[in-house]
Design a protein around this ligand. Structure first.
Ligand code: CAA
Length: 694
C-alpha cells in the first residue's frame, strides 16, 4: 500500500500522507507524493491538489531515521518534490493539522497556499538537530515573515501556533477541518481566479535590508548559542537570501547544510533527540500497563520549590491544591507565584489571560483534608527523613485509594519514605529542579517496590506538564546529584592544585556549560553546600576527604551572591575576581602541602568532565540509570550540560572510554577509593566498546 493515498473530490485531488508515527518524509512518502502529483497533473478533471496528513499530524519533517542511509538517497528527493510543486500547473494547497515541521513545512512552503487548524503548529526546528532547514527553509520563510522574525524562528526552532503563523503570513487561512477546509479553500480560489506567486519569488520583505540587522542578530544569537554552530550558519543563509539571487542563495544553503550535516554537533544533537525519546521507555513494564489520569494535583510546601511545581501543573491546565502549615507561609508562596507570573507577562512571554487562568487553578490551603481527593500529591517540604516519614504516614491515612504519593526529595531514600506507608507501590520520587517552573528535567525515582502503574503515570505526567522525564533508581543523589558531587569536588581539588576559579569557570562555559562550577556555587549559596556536605559526611570513606575550600569561604563570610562575595566579588550585576579568595585557596594548598602548578585548559576540561562519566558508568552498573542516554538527558535538562555535546556519557564515549578509565585510576590514587573506575568502565575500556555494549 502506498504511503500516500490518492482520491479525487470534485475537481480536487486529495493526497493523504499516511506514514505513522509522524508522516516523516521517508523514501516511501517521497515516492508516494511523487507518484500522486504525477497522477494529479495528468488528470484533466483535476484543477487543484490538497496535501494533508493522516493520523495526528501533517508531515513532521525529513525522516531522521533515514539520515545517512541508502533510503535517504531514494528519488524523488525533497528538493525534487519541491521543484515539481513550485512549478505545478494546478493550484496546490497544504492543509495542516498537528505539526508541520522542518521538511514538512518546507514542502508546504512550495505549495501555492497553506491552510491550518487553529490548534496546529508550524516551525523549522532543524537547529535542534545541529543542521539547518536545507530544503529552502532559510530562503522561503523570511520571504513571508520578514528577516528579523525569520532569523528568530529558524535560529530558535520555535513551533509557531497557527493563529500566529497566520498573522506572520506563513499560513493563508485557518480552517475547521483539514480535508473539507482545504478543499473549500481551493474551490474558492479557483472560483475567484485568485493567483499565487511562488514564495521563492516574493522578494518584498527581503529587499533593502540594512546589514546591521545581521550584525545585531549575530551578537544576540551568539550569546544564546553557547558554542552551537548551526544558529550562526542559519544567519549566513538568511543573509544570502537577502543579498544573492535566489538560485545562488539556495545553492549556498545546500552547501552549508552539507557542512553542518558532517559536523560532530549534528551527531551529538541527533543522539540527544533519540535519547530523550528513549528515556520514556521503561524496560520490563508490560505494554498493557497504562498511566492513571492525573486531573488534579496537591503540593505540600509553598516554598520556592513547591511554588514552582504548582506553576508547572497550572500551566498545563491541571488544578493544584497548594498546602502550607500556616497562612503566612502560604500567602508568601502565592505572592511569589503571582510575582513570577507577573514578570512573564511584563516580558511578553505569557498573556495576562494565561496568568489569570493559571492563578485561578491554584487553590491555597492550610487544611490537609483538602488534599484527599487529588490524583497525586507531591511533597516538597524539609529535606529531613523524619519529617518526610511523618508526612507520608499522614498522607497514607488521608489520600484516596490509588492516589500517587510523590516526594520531591533530591537525595533521600524513596524505599525508606515508602516504608512509612501501607501502600509503598504508590510511592515515588518526583525530583524537580529549581526554578521548577522553568527547568525541564523531572527525575522520577522508583524504589524497589514502586508499581509499574505508578512509574508509567509519573513518566506520562512529566510529558503532560512539559517536562523531560527520566527514571532513576533510589541511590543517594539519584542520577544527577550523585554525579554532580564529583564534578564540583574535582573542581575544588583543581583549585587546591593550582587552577583559579576564573580558569575553571572559563573552561566550563567555553565547553558550553550554562555556568561554571564556581559561579554555580556562588549562585546556590555556599552555606547550603556546607549543610549538604555535612549531611553526606558519613558516606565519605576512611582516607578520603572533601576540599575544605567551601567551608573556609563560608567562615570568611563569603556565602556567594547573597553576601555579594563568594568565589567572586559582586558589584551590582558585575562579577569580579577577588584576591581574598585566592589567599584562602592558597592557604588550603599550603595546609595540605600541595605545590601549586599551572594547568592547561585542556587538562582542566578533561579533569572536570571525566569524573562525571565514571560515576555515570557506576550508575548504569548498579541500575540507578537504565542507560547512558538517560544520564545525558538528565544532565542536559537539569544541569546545563551543552546539548550539542550530546550529554556527559556521549561526550565521554567520543573522548574515549579508555582515557576516562585511565583518568579514573589516577583520580583514585589522588582523591581516594570512590573515584576509582567500576568494572563496567574497565570492561568497556579494555574491549574498546561503547555504552551500547554496557
Ligand atoms: N523522523 C523520524 N521519526 C520521527 C521524526 C522524524 N522527523 N519525528 C519524530 N519521530 C519519531 C520519534 O522518534 C518517535 O519514535 P518512537 O515512538 O519510536 O520513539 C515518534 O516519532 C513520536 O515522536 P515523539 O515521541 O517526539 O512524539 P510527540 O507527539 O511528542 O512529538 C513531534 C511529535 C512534535 C513531531 C516531535 O517528534 C518532533 O519534534 N520531531 C522532530 C521534528 C523535526 O525535527 N523535524 C525536522 C527534521 S530534519 C528536516 O526536516 C531536514 C530538512 O530541512 C529537510
Amino acid at each position: 500500500m502506498s504511503a500516500v493515498a490518492y482520491e479525487v473530490d470534485g475537481e480536487t485531488a486529495v493526497l493523504t500522507v499516511n506514514y505513522p508515527p509522524v508522516n516523516a518524509l521517508s523514501a516511501a512518502v517521497r515516492t508516494g507524493l511523487g507518484e500522486a502529483l504525477e497522477r494529479a497533473g495528468a488528470d484533466s478533471a483535476v484543477k487543484a491538489v490538497v496535501i494533508l496528513g493522516a493520523g495526528k499530524t501533517f508531515i513532521a519533517g525529513a525522516d531522521i531515521t533515514e539520515f545517512g542511509t541508502d533510503k535517504s538517497k531514494v528519488k524523488p528527493s525533497i528538493h525534487d518534490l519541491q521543484t515539481v510543486l513550485e512549478g505545478f500547473p494546478k493550484l496546490t494547497v497544504a492543509a495542516i493539522h498537528g505539526t508541520a515541521l522542518g521538511g514538512g513545512l518546507e514542502v508546504a512552503l512550495t505549495c501555492h497556499a497553506r491552510v491550518a487548524l487553529a490548534s496546529a503548529k508550524v516551525g523549522l526546528p532543524e537547529v535542534n538537530l545541529g543542521i539547518l532547514p536545507g530544503a529552502g527553509g532559510t530562503q522561503r520563510l523570511p520571504r513571508l515573515t520578514g528577516v528579523e522574525v525569520g532569523i528568530d524562528l529558524v535560529t530558535s526552532g520555535k513551533h509557531v501556533p497557527a493563529p500566529k503563523a497566520l498573522e506572520l503570513g506563513i499560513v493563508d487561512a485557518i480552517v475547521d477541518d483539514v480535508r473539507s477546509g482545504g478543499i473549500a479553500f481551493a474551490r474558492e480560489a479557483l472560483a475567484s481566479g485568485k493567483t499565487f506567486v511562488p514564495v521563492i519569488e516574493r522578494n518584498e520583505k527581503i529587499t533593502g535590508i540594512d546589514p546591521s540587522v545581521f550584525a545585531e542578530a549575530r551578537k544576540n544569537v551568539g550569546k544564546k548559542a553557547r558554542g552551537k554552530i548551526a544558529p550562526m550558519v542559519i544567519i549566513d543563509c538568511i543573509e544570502a537570501a537577502c543579498t544573492r539571487p535566489a538560485k545562488e542563495a539556495l545553492a549556498f544553503e545546500s552547501e552549508k547544510f552539507q557542512e553542518l550535516y558532517a559536523s560532530d554537533q549534528r551527531a551529538a544533537l541527533m543522539h540527544y533527540f533519540f535519547a530523550e525519546r528513549q528515556a520514556r521507555k521503561i524496560p520490563g513494564i508490560p505494554a498493557d500497563v497504562k498511566a492513571k489520569p492525573i486531573t488534579s494535583c496537591a503540593i505540600i510546601g509553598a516554598g520556592t520549590m513547591g511554588g514552582g511545581i504548582a506553576m508547572s501543573f497550572a500551566n498545563a491546565g491541571i488544578p493544584v491544591t497548594l498546602l502550607d502549615l500556616n497562612q503566612e507561609a502560604l500567602d508568601r508562596g502565592i505572592g511569589v507565584i503571582r510575582k513570577n507570573y507577573g514578570i512573564s507577562v511584563s516580558r511578553g512571554s505569557i498573556s495576562q489571560d494565561k496568568m489569570d487562568k493559571a492563578l485561578s487553578l491554584i487553590t491555597p490551603t492550610t487544611d490537609y483534608a483538602d488534599l484527599a481527593q487529588c490524583d497525586i500529591v507531591i511533597e516538597a517540604a524539609l529535606e529531613r527523613m523524619d519529617v518526610k516519614k511523618e508526612i507520608f504516614a499522614r498522607l497514607d491515612a488521608l489520600m484516596k485509594p490509588g492516589a500517587i504519593l510523590a516526594t520531591n526529595t533530591s537525595y533521600l531514600s524513596i524505599d525508606e519514605i515508602a516504608s512509612a506507608t501501607r501502600r509503598p507501590g504508590d510511592v515515588v520520587g518526583c525530583h524537580f529542579f529549581s526554578p521548577a517552573n522553568v527547568m525541564k528535567l523531572l527525575e522520577n525515582v522508583r524504589s524497589a517496590v514502586t508499581s509499574a502503574e505508578t512509574i508509567v503515570t509519573v513518566m506520562e505526567m512529566g510529558k503532560t506538564i512539559g517536562k523531560v522525564p527520566v527514571l532513576a533508581g533510589s541511590t543517594e543523589g539519584f542520577i544527577g546529584n550523585r554525579m554532580l558531587q564529583y564534578y564540583t569536588g574535582e573542581a575544588e581539588f583543581l583549585l587546591e592544585q593550582g587552577a583559579t576559579p576564573e580558569q575553571i569557570d572559563r573552561v566550563a562555559t567555553k565547553f558550553g556549560m550554562a555556568m561554571g562550577p564556581m559561579s554555580m556555587r556562588d549562585l546556590a549559596g555556599m552555606d547550603m553546600a556546607v549543610v549538604s556536605r555535612k549531611g553526606r559526611a558519613a558516606s565519605i570513606p576512611e582516607g578520603e576527604r572533601l576540599s575544605p575550600i567551601v567551608e573556609r569561604l563560608v567562615e570568611a563570610g563569603r556565602f556567594g551572591q547573597k553576601t555579594n562575595k563568594g568565589f567572586y566579588r559582586y558589584e551590582g550585576r558585575d562579577k569580579l575576581s577577588d584576591p581574598e579568595t585566592m589567599e584562602i585557596i592558597e592557604g588550603v594548598s599550603r595546609d595540605f602541602g600541595i605545590t601549586r602548578r599551572e594547568f592547561t585548559d585542556e587538562e582542566v576540561e578533561a579533569r572536570l568532565f571525566a569524573p562525571l562519566v565514571n560515576e555515570g558508568a557506576k550508575e548504569i552498573e548498579d541500575g540507578t540509570a537504565i542507560r547512558a542516554g538517560d544520564i545525558d538527558v538528565a544532565w542536559v535538562n537539569g544541569y546545563g550540560f551543552p546539548v550539542h555535546r550530546g550529554g556527559p556519557m556521549y561526550w565521554g564515549e567520543q573522548y574515549g572510554l579508555d582515557k576516562i578509565y585511565q583518568m579514573a585510576l589516577e583520580a583514585e590514587k589522588r582523591n581516594g577509593p570512590r573515584w576509582g573506575p567500576c568494572k563496567l568502565l574497565e570492561r568497556l575500556a579494555k574491549e574498546g566498546k561503547g555504552w551500547d555494549a554496557a
